[in-house]
Design a binder for this molecule. Structure first.
Ligand SMILES: Nc1ncnc2c1ncn2[C@@H]1O[C@H](COP(=O)(O)OP(=O)(O)OP(=O)(O)O)[C@@H](O)[C@H]1O
Length: 367
């Protein structure tokens, strides 16, 4: 397995730039998800790694070797990259049984029969398919077919495994059990994996780190808990996790315990590192429903989410989301208090005004 890195990679189709400024490194053995809305460039990035597309800018390296470079013009074709790919469509041979499907990449390479049999057996065991070796793909469930595709990819001992929405065709229950299967597969093989999805639950559940993409750019590349607790932009805050993203304004210098801000008419000390935050991310857990809460909000929606209720609350200024143990009636009014939400400066916010600079000067000296 191998490290994968991108430096300043860009890609256009005609006049449309679909990837820009891609600078990232996937460590050897790391499980990374590419997450973003439809059309943000996830599949194109995957195709660049596989060698189905060439970059217009920058360089891609795999295991210390440059596999594509717009600078030197070097390009290693897909068949020489030793990268495994699992598509959502499985792409199995219908006339071959499971074992033969898995053996196929080794047959093509001329691997001797005995070694082939042993490697196929191992791959089937790793994916929990040992009992299905003699079955035809048509006699398998969607999840089992996907595992055959995974075994076939694994048997070739690729330097990296690329997965393009591999669970998109499966029903919800199967998706959950396949997520467990992918996680187990990753633990046992230590494979470097890049997993494309537009399903944030899947990305956050599976990946060591998630690259959140928007309009051809990686907006934040971090561990799931960092994306959730400390989003770097309004886009990431809104795209990952539940809750609301509101504008805020700093009310004083950065302190050791956080940033004084005003949001929803309240002065609070939020979590944060930027002295000039523009936005605050209110996760449901950042809100406390209490009669004494200074913010008055009207219940707009109440849905049961297993063990508790998810409330959408209209504060008059913006809608926020909170959890409640008790069911609430639509139209009821409740008090809301803010805990310590995360605040940040959105990269699109532009320069800090001199007035704002003056207000927030003296960072830490007043802490
Ligand atoms: N071969 C191509 N020629 C022209 N445009 C393309 C080509 N391939 C992709 N695009 C465009 O590039 C953009 C990114 O596409 P891509 O498939 O990478 O997005 P995605 O994030 O994987 O989307 P989805 O989640 O819908 O699969 C889209 O606007 C798409 O229309």
């Amino acid at each position: 397995m191998a490290e994968l890195s991108f430096s300043d990679v860009g890609k256009s189709f005609g006049s449309a730039t679909v990837l820009r400024d891609i600078d990232a490194t996937v460590a050897e053995g790391e499980f990374v998800a590419l997450l973003g809305p439809s059309g943000c460039g996830k599949t194109t990035l995957l195709r660049l790694i596989a060698g189905f597309e060439t970059p217009d800018r920058g360089e891609i390296r795999l295991g210390g070797q440059t596999v594509a470079s717009a600078v030197s013009g070097r390009f290693v074709p897909p068949e020489n990259r030793n990268v495994g790919i699992v598509f959502q469509s499985y792409a199995l041979w219908p006339h071959m049984d499971v074992a033969r499907n898995v053996a196929y990449p080794l047959e093509v390479r001329g691997v001797p029969r005995r070694e082939r049999a042993q490697r196929v057996e191992e791959a089937l065991a790793l994916t929990g398919l040992s009992d299905f070796a003699g079955r035809a793909p048509a006699a398998l469930s969607g999840g089992q077919r996907q595992r055959v595709a995974l075994a076939r990819c694994l048997v070739a001992e690729p330097r990296a495994v690329l997965l393009d929405e591999p669970l998109a065709n499966l029903d919800l229950a199967l998706r959950a059990s396949m997520q467990d299967a992918f996680a187990a597969f990753h633990r046992r093989t230590g494979a470097t994996m890049v997993y494309v999805t537009h399903d944030q639950t899947e990305a956050l559940a599976l990946a060591d780190r998630v690259a959140v993409m928007e309009a051809g750019r990686i907006r934040q590349f971090a561990a799931p808990e960092t994306l959730y607790d400390e989003p770097a932009s309004a886009f990431v805050a809104g795209f990952v996790g539940d809750g609301a993203v509101l504008t805020c304004r700093p009310t004083g210098p950065l302190r050791a315990d956080g940033v004084p801000i005003e949001v929803l008419g309240q002065q609070i000390v939020a979590r944060g590192r930027d002295p000039h935050p523009t936005h605050v991310c209110l996760r449901p857990d950042d809100l406390r429903l209490t009669d004494g809460g200074a913010i008055r909000a009207r219940v707009r929606a109440c849905t049961y989410v297993g063990g508790r209720f998810r409330l959408t609350l209209d504060t008059g200024e913006a809608d926020v989301v909170a959890f409640s143990r008790a069911r609430a009636r639509i139209g009821d009014t409740t008090g809301v208090a803010l805990k310590r939400p995360w605040c940040f400066r959105d990269p699109n916010a532009g320069a800090v005004s001199p007035a704002m600079e003056a207000l927030t000067q003296g960072a830490l000296t007043h802490a």
